[in-house]
Design a protein. Sequence first.
Length: 157
Amino acid sequence: MAQGSGKSVLFVCLGNICRSPIAEAVFRKLVTDAGTSKEWTIDSAATSTYEIGNPPDYRGQACMRKHDIPMSHTARQITRDDFLSYDYILCMDESNLRDLKRKGSQVQNSKAKIELLGSYDPQKKLIIEDPYYGRDEDFETVYQQCIRCCKSFLERT
């Protein structure tokens, strides 16, 4: 976890190899470009155990390289401590949201605000679809959604 002082956000999807590491990389670049990276703790995680220890999907990595956005991540599952330490847990779809709310309800003194990242989309596209079984273009769509949502989230926080 990249430690900052102040605000914190954890991006979450099912496996933590496609959508959430893209959102993490995009948000990290936005706060770095804004000169506010020291104010943030940023990471990403999975609701499942499927991909623990794996790097981001090669298609997502290629998409990030195309946009000159550094990406360095190893998939991990969300922990009990994440609900206690992060201000925001932003997820990609309704299934993630249900899983997170269920897990969060079991953590006493959870401080995390659990929301869909898409709730910040100025184009009102609420769900960020999983590109895993899709094509390269689907990763580009995820990237574009993450840019819009992360910019809006940063402006509001």
